[in-house]
Design a protein around this ligand. Sequence first.
Ligand code: F6R
Length: 609
Amino acid sequence: MCGIVGYIGNKNACEVILNGLNKLEYRGYDSSGIALNIDGKIEVYKYKGRIKNLEDRILSLDLNSGCGIGHTRWATHGAPSDRNAHPHTNMDGTIALVHNGIIENFVALKEWLINEHGVEFRSETDTEVIAHLIDHFYNGDLLDAVYKAVGKMKGAYALGVVHCDEPGKIIAVRKDSPLIVGIGKDENFIASDIPALLKYTKDVYLINNDEFVMLTKDEIKIFNENRQEIKREVFHVTWDADAAEKEGFDHFMLKEIYEQPKGIDITLNRRINEKGAINLDGITITKEDLDKINRIYIVACGTAYHAGLIGKYAIEKFAKIPVEVEVASEFRYREPFIDDTTLFIAISQSGETSDTLAALREAKNKGARILTIVNVVGSSVARESDDVFYTWAGPEIAVASTKAFTTQLISVYLIALYMAEVRGTIEKEYYDLVLRELKALPDKVEKILKNAEPVKEIAEIQHEKQHAFFIGRGVDVTVALEASLKLKEISYINSFAIPAGELKHGPIALIEDGTFLTAIATQDHLYDKMLSNIQEVKARGAYVIGVAKESNKLIEHQADKVIYIPDCIDEVTPILSIVPLQLLAYYIAVMRGCDVDKPKNLAKSVTVE
Ligand code: F6R
């Protein structure tokens, strides 16, 4: 959501910023803009629509500047339009700024600026308030004015600010919205995320909440909220620019689906030593700590929440500790029972999801120990946790999460097994069996990916449907939820998932001739029950896609088409069965002509509530 890029140095700022904004496209946006400091004047260009729109209008202008800020906007306050796009300026256009976040008290500030200071607003955004506030406090020192303006603001913000009278300077500040600073030679950068900077530098400073940054081309100074300068260690990014490129695939989503064997392998095998013991690098929970824990909450959003549901299954089954799983936006506003006997597990790909972060802080304030499963190294969620388990999926660019999900699943299994071993709640033989089965997964996922043709054929037959159902039992319910989310978010098919046993309690009323229904039947002990459910929906005309283990062939007599996954123990099937269903969603979306990597209305990193 909203991307910020800022540049100061000897290169053409316009080119560097446009390049960075293009790399932040995946975050989701509906307009883009740029402000450049040119010969002591701020020039602003901003347009609704794709970045290409902005490029088409400004690249021919040959704008020559070594200092500027740029933005991709995901509308919150005010519709997507040229006027509401960032950067925003003060009345005489001497100050320009870009903002990621939401200013909660903007209505009161706006009224104050209009009534007391005669300010005329030109947009419907909350952000414009900040430009006028900084102007109000400006007295020849931009950093000072930003400090004073921020003192009046409530909400979440990452800001990049320039002033025409201070052409060699960018001021940035962060609270609850992501911000990093890129370190160059004779040049420096700000950005919302690492891919924006990879072409130019791999050395960054991670900026914390309530920190202010002053950048010139030769130096970077970081200050705390009391205006004291602070030192920060350089964070060196280990992945390169290629990791954020499509590398011959038509879409990032397809590339990321095909990267799953590698992601699973790295997430898993680097945590298992030669003796077969699990070593959870960033986690320091001991037996004594675990003995104290009475309750575990797993909290996350969307796909990560689905990984949490499998986490509950694995922890309860192996480690015998009760687990509650909840979506973060609900958890943060109720009064869950939390104290120092609670373990709070947050799961997040980006590590910047606003609701997950708020829920984490709530739990931390009440004394819970915080463990996170997160993909982005150095992200806010990672930094605010006691223990961090990185998923090592590599950068995930497509909005629809795929490889982050399967590596999150591996993570919850490893954590559950580790807890079980430490607590002595698992037999050695069973522990070894599960671990062996997990280790076999990369090859099995590879096998599914090499045999994508049948999935493509199903997509051919079903892609024009307007509705879809997914059913399952046991862990397959979670796979149904995740497969349904994947399909709806990228193909816009109205899709929903239910436990197969619930069909008769209402949803079966919707089944009619040709209804597109996927029945996930991978659990041996529930297989017969699933076959009965398939018969029930077939009898009412549904077109059924079955998903089953390859040695369970009986399903062929019931379903219209069957997608097989390699045989494995029931406990680990979700990591296999979700893969063909990700592919199914992908092919259907492509056949429907959808923008697979950037579905409408969605953002990769949901940094506002
Ligand atoms: C769906 C998807 C979202 C995210 C959710 C949480 O494909 O990607 O549902 O899973 O927005 O995001 P993170 O994991 O970054 O906290």
